[in-house]
Design a protein. Sequence first.
Length: 220
Amino acid sequence: MGYLEDLMGKNEQIVLTTRQHWITIIGSLLVNGFFILLLLAIGGAFLIIPLLGPLSWAPLAVMAVLCLVPLWRLIADWLHWWNDIYVVTNRRIIQAQGVINKHVIDSSLEKINDVVLTQSMLGRMLGYGDVEILTGSEIGVNLLKRITEPVRFKTEMLNQKEGMGEMDAFESKAKRTLNVAAPSAGDVPELIAELDELRKKGLITDAEFQAKKAKLLSQI
Protein backbone atom coordinates (compact mmCIF):
# COMPACT_ATOMS: atom_id res chain seq x y z
CA MET A 1 0.00 0.00 0.00
CA GLY A 2 1.40 3.41 -0.98
CA TYR A 3 1.76 6.56 1.09
CA LEU A 4 -1.38 8.11 -0.39
CA GLU A 5 -3.50 5.07 0.42
CA ASP A 6 -2.21 5.18 4.00
CA LEU A 7 -3.75 8.65 4.35
CA MET A 8 -7.25 7.43 3.56
CA GLY A 9 -9.76 7.29 6.39
CA LYS A 10 -12.50 4.73 6.91
CA ASN A 11 -14.89 4.63 3.94
CA GLU A 12 -12.81 7.32 2.20
CA GLN A 13 -11.97 6.77 -1.44
CA ILE A 14 -9.84 8.59 -3.98
CA VAL A 15 -11.86 10.22 -6.76
CA LEU A 16 -9.20 12.15 -8.70
CA THR A 17 -5.42 12.48 -8.53
CA THR A 18 -3.34 15.05 -10.38
CA ARG A 19 -0.07 16.97 -10.09
CA GLN A 20 1.50 20.13 -11.41
CA HIS A 21 1.68 20.43 -15.19
CA TRP A 22 4.87 19.28 -16.91
CA ILE A 23 5.53 22.89 -17.89
CA THR A 24 6.71 23.51 -14.31
CA ILE A 25 9.81 21.37 -14.89
CA ILE A 26 10.42 22.18 -18.56
CA GLY A 27 12.97 24.85 -17.56
CA SER A 28 14.97 22.35 -15.50
CA LEU A 29 14.80 19.82 -18.33
CA LEU A 30 16.07 22.29 -20.92
CA VAL A 31 18.83 23.90 -18.82
CA ASN A 32 20.18 20.79 -17.15
CA GLY A 33 19.70 18.72 -20.29
CA PHE A 34 21.71 21.26 -22.29
CA PHE A 35 24.64 21.12 -19.88
CA ILE A 36 24.54 17.33 -19.82
CA LEU A 37 24.70 17.16 -23.62
CA LEU A 38 27.41 19.82 -23.73
CA LEU A 39 29.62 18.02 -21.23
CA LEU A 40 29.07 14.70 -23.01
CA ALA A 41 30.07 16.32 -26.30
CA ILE A 42 33.25 17.75 -24.77
CA GLY A 43 34.06 14.38 -23.22
CA GLY A 44 33.53 12.71 -26.59
CA ALA A 45 35.91 15.19 -28.20
CA PHE A 46 38.68 14.05 -25.87
CA LEU A 47 38.13 10.51 -27.08
CA ILE A 48 37.94 11.30 -30.79
CA ILE A 49 40.54 14.06 -31.14
CA PRO A 50 43.50 13.58 -28.79
CA LEU A 51 45.35 16.88 -28.64
CA LEU A 52 49.04 17.51 -28.01
CA GLY A 53 50.20 14.07 -27.01
CA PRO A 54 48.77 10.89 -25.54
CA LEU A 55 45.17 10.85 -24.38
CA SER A 56 44.81 11.73 -20.72
CA TRP A 57 41.93 10.27 -18.71
CA ALA A 58 42.05 13.13 -16.18
CA PRO A 59 39.96 15.56 -18.30
CA LEU A 60 37.44 12.79 -18.94
CA ALA A 61 37.12 12.13 -15.22
CA VAL A 62 36.55 15.84 -14.61
CA MET A 63 33.91 15.91 -17.34
CA ALA A 64 32.17 12.88 -15.87
CA VAL A 65 32.02 14.45 -12.40
CA LEU A 66 30.77 17.76 -13.78
CA CYS A 67 28.15 15.91 -15.81
CA LEU A 68 26.74 14.35 -12.63
CA VAL A 69 25.81 17.76 -11.19
CA PRO A 70 23.15 18.77 -13.75
CA LEU A 71 22.06 15.13 -14.05
CA TRP A 72 21.40 14.94 -10.30
CA ARG A 73 19.62 18.31 -10.39
CA LEU A 74 17.37 17.05 -13.18
CA ILE A 75 16.55 13.82 -11.33
CA ALA A 76 15.85 15.72 -8.09
CA ASP A 77 13.50 18.17 -9.84
CA TRP A 78 11.65 15.30 -11.51
CA LEU A 79 11.25 13.41 -8.22
CA HIS A 80 9.84 16.49 -6.48
CA TRP A 81 7.44 17.07 -9.38
CA TRP A 82 6.28 13.45 -9.40
CA ASN A 83 5.75 13.27 -5.62
CA ASP A 84 3.85 16.56 -5.28
CA ILE A 85 0.27 15.41 -5.80
CA TYR A 86 -3.21 16.88 -5.44
CA VAL A 87 -6.07 14.57 -4.58
CA VAL A 88 -9.85 14.82 -4.45
CA THR A 89 -11.54 12.24 -2.24
CA ASN A 90 -15.17 11.89 -1.24
CA ARG A 91 -14.28 13.64 2.04
CA ARG A 92 -11.51 16.20 1.43
CA ILE A 93 -8.82 17.74 -0.75
CA ILE A 94 -5.28 16.51 -0.07
CA GLN A 95 -2.07 18.27 -1.09
CA ALA A 96 0.94 15.99 -0.44
CA GLN A 97 4.49 17.23 -1.06
CA GLY A 98 8.00 15.85 -0.59
CA VAL A 99 10.02 12.82 -1.65
CA ILE A 100 11.34 11.61 1.72
CA ASN A 101 10.09 14.24 4.14
CA LYS A 102 6.36 14.59 3.56
CA HIS A 103 4.17 17.67 4.03
CA VAL A 104 0.41 17.14 3.76
CA ILE A 105 -2.33 19.78 3.74
CA ASP A 106 -6.00 18.76 4.02
CA SER A 107 -9.06 20.84 3.15
CA SER A 108 -12.34 19.28 4.28
CA LEU A 109 -15.06 19.50 1.65
CA GLU A 110 -17.47 20.65 4.34
CA LYS A 111 -15.33 23.72 5.06
CA ILE A 112 -14.85 24.81 1.44
CA ASN A 113 -16.63 28.12 0.91
CA ASP A 114 -15.59 28.94 -2.64
CA VAL A 115 -13.23 27.88 -5.41
CA VAL A 116 -11.44 30.27 -7.79
CA LEU A 117 -10.02 29.00 -11.08
CA THR A 118 -7.44 31.06 -12.98
CA GLN A 119 -6.19 30.09 -16.44
CA SER A 120 -4.10 32.08 -18.90
CA MET A 121 -4.46 31.65 -22.65
CA LEU A 122 -1.39 29.39 -22.67
CA GLY A 123 -2.82 27.50 -19.71
CA ARG A 124 -6.05 26.81 -21.59
CA MET A 125 -4.09 25.61 -24.62
CA LEU A 126 -1.80 23.29 -22.65
CA GLY A 127 -4.28 22.29 -19.96
CA TYR A 128 -3.03 23.84 -16.74
CA GLY A 129 -4.09 26.56 -14.31
CA ASP A 130 -4.32 27.71 -10.68
CA VAL A 131 -7.07 26.56 -8.32
CA GLU A 132 -7.58 28.66 -5.20
CA ILE A 133 -9.62 26.97 -2.46
CA LEU A 134 -11.22 29.31 0.07
CA THR A 135 -12.08 27.51 3.29
CA GLY A 136 -13.41 28.27 6.75
CA SER A 137 -10.41 26.63 8.41
CA GLU A 138 -7.36 28.31 9.95
CA ILE A 139 -5.49 27.99 6.64
CA GLY A 140 -8.14 30.14 4.94
CA VAL A 141 -6.74 29.91 1.42
CA ASN A 142 -5.11 26.93 -0.27
CA LEU A 143 -3.54 27.73 -3.65
CA LEU A 144 -2.76 24.90 -6.06
CA LYS A 145 -0.52 26.38 -8.74
CA ARG A 146 -0.26 25.24 -12.36
CA ILE A 147 -2.03 21.92 -11.86
CA THR A 148 -3.00 19.65 -14.73
CA GLU A 149 -6.68 19.70 -15.82
CA PRO A 150 -7.77 22.39 -13.34
CA VAL A 151 -11.34 22.55 -14.72
CA ARG A 152 -11.84 18.83 -14.10
CA PHE A 153 -10.26 19.16 -10.64
CA LYS A 154 -12.59 22.01 -9.68
CA THR A 155 -15.67 20.27 -11.10
CA GLU A 156 -14.93 16.98 -9.32
CA MET A 157 -14.31 18.81 -6.06
CA LEU A 158 -17.65 20.63 -6.26
CA ASN A 159 -19.43 17.42 -7.28
CA GLN A 160 -18.10 15.64 -4.21
CA LYS A 161 -19.07 18.54 -1.96
CA GLU A 162 -22.60 18.47 -3.40
CA GLY A 163 -22.63 14.71 -2.96
CA MET A 164 -21.90 15.07 0.73
CA GLY A 165 -25.02 17.25 0.99
CA GLU A 166 -27.05 14.60 -0.80
CA MET A 167 -25.71 11.96 1.57
CA ASP A 168 -26.62 14.07 4.61
CA ALA A 169 -30.13 14.58 3.20
CA PHE A 170 -30.51 10.83 2.67
CA GLU A 171 -29.33 10.02 6.20
CA SER A 172 -31.77 12.56 7.61
CA LYS A 173 -34.66 11.16 5.57
CA ALA A 174 -33.79 7.57 6.50
CA LYS A 175 -33.64 8.49 10.19
CA ARG A 176 -37.05 10.20 10.06
CA THR A 177 -38.64 7.32 8.15
CA LEU A 178 -37.28 4.52 10.33
CA ASN A 179 -38.04 6.29 13.59
CA VAL A 180 -41.77 6.15 13.00
CA ALA A 181 -43.66 3.30 14.63
CA ALA A 182 -44.58 1.49 11.42
CA PRO A 183 -42.84 2.48 8.18
CA SER A 184 -44.97 1.83 5.10
CA ALA A 185 -44.07 -1.06 2.80
CA GLY A 186 -42.83 1.32 0.13
CA ASP A 187 -40.58 3.44 2.34
CA VAL A 188 -37.64 1.05 2.63
CA PRO A 189 -37.48 0.10 -1.09
CA GLU A 190 -37.60 3.81 -1.93
CA LEU A 191 -34.72 4.50 0.46
CA ILE A 192 -32.73 1.62 -1.03
CA ALA A 193 -33.28 3.03 -4.53
CA GLU A 194 -32.01 6.44 -3.37
CA LEU A 195 -29.06 4.73 -1.72
CA ASP A 196 -28.26 2.93 -4.97
CA GLU A 197 -28.22 6.27 -6.81
CA LEU A 198 -25.63 7.54 -4.34
CA ARG A 199 -23.57 4.42 -5.00
CA LYS A 200 -23.77 4.91 -8.78
CA LYS A 201 -22.54 8.48 -8.38
CA GLY A 202 -19.53 7.19 -6.47
CA LEU A 203 -20.55 8.93 -3.25
CA ILE A 204 -20.50 5.68 -1.29
CA THR A 205 -18.61 2.44 -1.85
CA ASP A 206 -20.21 -0.92 -2.64
CA ALA A 207 -19.40 -2.06 0.89
CA GLU A 208 -21.15 0.99 2.39
CA PHE A 209 -24.14 0.38 0.11
CA GLN A 210 -24.47 -3.27 1.16
CA ALA A 211 -24.14 -2.40 4.87
CA LYS A 212 -26.76 0.37 4.75
CA LYS A 213 -29.03 -1.73 2.56
CA ALA A 214 -28.90 -4.60 5.05
CA LYS A 215 -29.72 -2.18 7.88
CA LEU A 216 -32.73 -0.84 5.96
CA LEU A 217 -34.02 -4.33 5.11
CA SER A 218 -33.79 -5.30 8.77
CA GLN A 219 -36.40 -2.61 9.53
CA ILE A 220 -39.08 -4.29 7.43
